[in-house]
Design a protein around this ligand. Structure first.
Ligand SMILES: *[C@@H]1O[C@H](CO)[C@@H](O)[C@H](O)[C@H]1NC(C)=O
Ligand SMILES: *[C@@H]1O[C@H](CO)[C@@H](O)[C@H](O)[C@H]1NC(C)=O
Ligand SMILES: *[C@@H]1O[C@H](CO)[C@@H](O)[C@H](O)[C@H]1NC(C)=O
Length: 410
């Protein structure tokens, strides 16, 4: 059962890769359609119950022990961890009472609840597989550089004819997790473009680079207007041959019945209008070594320790920022809210309450290096209000504004 799946995955990745690189696809369109169809049959596990959301997403309730994760050969003997052994910590002094943080139950109407023993999984559709072509990305690029000021791409050169621009803050502080409240926006993209605002943790021990990323992304316009989605990415080799977006390959163990990878995040913020955020956390359970994804206090699921090498002992990098990808022949998309950081709240995209975790407390968020690949077009700007000065709408902790306008050619 694993072999055909693996083969299909390889074939599909090869096709996606060829497309991304603008090479001629050798398989005929018909063969490709067939591959995609079979691929989807293997990725989508039988649903006990299904819902269609108002955003047009199909959400399946899949038996927890029959989810895609367990097709991974390294997870053959894995016993499911239903919840982390750590307490979900609320930091003192970081009060954020704003009602604009989308709660887990706001993401899914009450009428859509999975039966006991099942978990919520977004059904993978053909357009989701387009994500597979963005395999050379954010975080991955940072981590393969150990220089504090220079970004290098030893094997992750953006494909020819594609821009890949980043604006982020990165620290080399040892940690077992990172978190942020991320302002939701929806930059418009064409089918070949991509724009995200996210954060990552990684461990680069000089031999391997394991990375986890989460945030929101806008890619490949769907049939429905709500296009800002929860996204994750994992890899154990800098994206060379392992890992994937969301649950497009086996690996991530879903435990939540209300929040799932690839889910639509709505409503989004409006220029000078109401602002909306999601609170995301990547945190290692230092007892089991598994890495959890939290949405607010909801335990979405985890990446089992079996998937990693260097990340098993914690992370030595973390970063927050934005990224865009676009064919050079097209006018590039905006990053974040499509406005420069200097334009500030309600205009630019804000990430607030940037924090790190460690078993013995909270390491300070410091020694941040800027990674700006094209500062004329996309920037990040760190800030922290003095104790006696209140930012608009309460304390923001450490924060960063990221972004840049649509169509910036430098
Ligand atoms: C699973 O357990 C079996 C029996 O103990 C062992 O032979 C096999 O190597 C294990 N597989 C993995 C991936 O750990
Ligand atoms: C960092 O870079 C230096 C110089 O390129 C190299 O000698 C060293 O091994 C690298 N360290 C790690 C941890 O990759
Ligand atoms: C948030 O709520 C807490 C407890 O109710 C209160 O002490 C704090 O002042 C509030 N913070 C803001 C920024 O309104």
């Amino acid at each position: 059962m694993e072999e055909p799946l693996l083969l299909l995955l390889i074939m599909l990745l090869a096709i996606a890769n060829n497309l991304a690189q603008g090479r001629l696809v050798t398989a005929s369109l018909k063969e490709e359609k067939l591959v995609i169809k079979r691929q989807l049959e293997l990725l989508n596990k039988p649903a006990i119950k299904s819902f269609v959301t108002k955003h047009g997403d199909i959400l399946d309730c899949v038996e927890i022990n029959k989810q895609l994760a367990f097709d991974h050969p390294l997870l053959k003997n894995h016993s499911i961890q239903m919840k982390p052994s750590f307490k979900i910590t609320k930091r003192k002094g970081l009060n954020d009472n704003s009602s604009t943080i989308l709660t887990a139950s706001q993401l899914l109407p009450k009428s859509m609840r999975c039966p006991k023993g099942t978990v919520l999984v977004k059904r993978i559709q053909e357009e989701d597989l387009a994500m597979a072509k963005y395999s050379k990305l954010f975080g991955v690029a940072f981590l393969i550089s150990n220089s504090s000021s220079k970004l290098v791409y030893p094997y992750n050169d953006p494909p020819p004819g594609v821009h890949n621009e980043l604006a982020a803050l990165v620290t080399s502080t040892q940690n077992t997790g990172a978190t942020a409240k991320i302002n939701l926006w929806s930059p418009s993209v064409t089918p070949n473009q991509y724009s995200d605002v996210s954060f990552f943790v990684g461990n680069d021990n000089g031999i391997v680079t394991n990375t986890l990323i989460t945030g929101w992304t806008v890619s490949n316009p769907h049939l429905y207007p709500d296009n800002t989605r929860l996204y994750t990415f994992w890899t154990r080799d800098s994206g060379k041959s392992t890992g994937c977006y969301n649950a497009l390959c086996p690996g991530f163990v879903q435990t939540s019945q209300t929040v799932t990878l690839g889910q639509t995040l709505s409503p989004i913020s409006r220029h000078m209008g109401p602002q909306y955020f999601v609170h995301l956390t990547l945190q290692q359970d230092v007892k089991t070594k598994n890495w959890w994804l939290l949405y607010g206090e909801e335990k979405v699921g985890y990446w089992p320790k079996e998937l990693f090498d260097s990340l098993v002992i914690g992370a030595n990098k973390a970063g927050w920022g934005g990224e865009i990808q676009s064919p050079v022949s097209e006018s590039p998309p905006g990053m974040g809210a499509g406005h420069f950081p200097e334009e500030n709240y309600r205009r630019a995209c804000l990430m607030k309450y940037l924090d790190l975790f460690a078993p013995q407390g909270f390491p300070a968020v410091k020694d941040l290096n800027y990674y700006l690949t094209k500062p004329k077009c996309y920037r990040a700007m760190y800030g922290k209000y003095p104790v006696n000065e209140e930012p608009p709408e309460g304390d923001w902790g450490n924060f960063v504004f990221v972004g840049g306008p649509i169509g910036c050619k430098d």
